[in-house]
Design a protein around this ligand. Structure first.
Ligand code: TYM
Length: 328
């Protein structure tokens, strides 16, 4: 069976961008594959974290994975830091990745300009750890939003380079993008992506926001000085609301435009907000149930991390042999 791997950082509030760009697609396709869904806490410490918060966010994100519909008995769901093979493979791969390649990563350039006080080596080698995540499990497919496309291309390059030197070792993974959700924009600046780390609370909607908060944020979403709905790059705010509506209802853009084209913005906002609330409410209810049960989550984490570790060890051993380490 083919394998998928993906992950989300447990940093801040998980947004509907993460949901429509990644999580919802995971739920859609996980049953056809052998799947690993990781909470990538090691990536999160490239930016300073409050330890207690990071730990809580990690558990919460794990609970959220389950709440959106990923069955932890059928998928491997675990925190990255509990499986040491991620870090071991990352070191080896960092010796097969060039400084020049990493310096071209747009996410590094953005993050290092935002965190000038802490441009650490981990922030720079972040994509190597991501490559290790994916290659460790010989994943065929990686469901992600379009902002991670460049990282996936680097992963493919590193895999091919290693295979070129040592013979077939890694599966070269493909990206999987959903149809509309690959890039949900900020509600306040629709030229930027919606991001967990946005300081403006009205710019993003958290998966755990109250229905009232959701409706309000959609109501306040920036549109433009025109007054009727059309779907184009010239109207990024309106286009984003149509995308959100489509993601939440499953309607195609054509169907949605049949409904909204030429109307004022009020109805689009109202229906988009209602559709979102209808989608999020059952997730939130399940999340509350699951996160109450600490022992259950502990068991899932330990059990799944152990299995992921055994699986990853197979690749790691092979790699260690190939590069010339002593392996028993
Ligand atoms: P992260 O935590 O920033 O985001 C998690 C997932 O959500 C997607 N995403 C979006 N999709 C649509 N619209 C948006 N506004 C939006 N914002 C975020 C991201 O594309 C991603 O799929 N480096 C990764 C985490 C990672 C990973 C991996 C992913 C580490 N190792 C291995 C896949 C495979 C990251 O920072 O995602």
């Amino acid at each position: 069976r083919k394998r998928i791997f993906s992950g989300i950082q447990p940093t801040g509030n998980i947004t509907i961008g993460n949901y429509f760009g990644a999580l919802k697609n995971w739920v859609k396709i996980n049953e056809e594959y052998e799947s690993l869904f990781c909470v990538v806490d090691m990536h999160s410490i490239t930016v300073r974290q409050v330890p207690g918060e990071l730990r809580k966010n990690t558990r919460d994100l794990l609970a959220l994975y389950i709440a959106v519909g990923l069955d932890p008995e059928k998928n491997l769901i675990y925190p990255q830091s509990m499986v040491r093979q991620h870090a071991e493979l990352a070191w080896i791969l960092s010796c097969y990745t060039y400084m020049g390649e990493l310096g071209r990563m747009t996410q590094f350039k953005e993050k290092s300009s935002k965190h000038e006080e802490n441009i650490n080596a981990g922030l720079f080698t972040y994509p190597v750890l991501m490559a290790a995540d994916i290659l460790l499990f010989q994943a065929d497919l990686v469901p992600i939003g379009s902002d991670q496309k460049q990282h996936l291309e680097l992963t493919r390059d590193v895999a091919q380079r290693f295979n070129g030197i040592y013979g077939d070792t890694f599966t070269v993974p493909e990206a999987y993008f959903g149809s509309v959700g690959a890039r949900i924009k900020s509600l306040q600046d629709p030229l930027k992506k919606m991001s967990k780390s946005d300081e403006n609370p009205n710019a993003s909607i958290s998966l755990l926001d109250d229905p009232k908060v959701v409706m309000n944020k959609i109501k306040r979403a920036v549109t433009d000085s025109d007054s009727s709905v059309s779907y184009s790059e010239e109207k990024p705010g309106v286009k984003n609301l149509v995308d959100i509506y489509c993601c939440a209802t499953g309607e195609t853009v054509e169907q949605a435009m049949g409904r909204f084209e030429g109307q004022g913005y009020g109805n689009l906002k109202k229906l988009a907000g209602e559709a979102l609330v209808a989608e999020l409410e059952p997730i939130q209810a399940r999340f509350r149930e699951i996160s109450k049960d600490k022992a259950y989550l502990d068991r899932i984490m330990q059990d799944n991390a152990e299995r992921a570790s055994a699986l990853g060890e197979r690749t790691l051993k092979k790699v260690k042999k190939k590069v010339g380490f002593v392996v028993f």
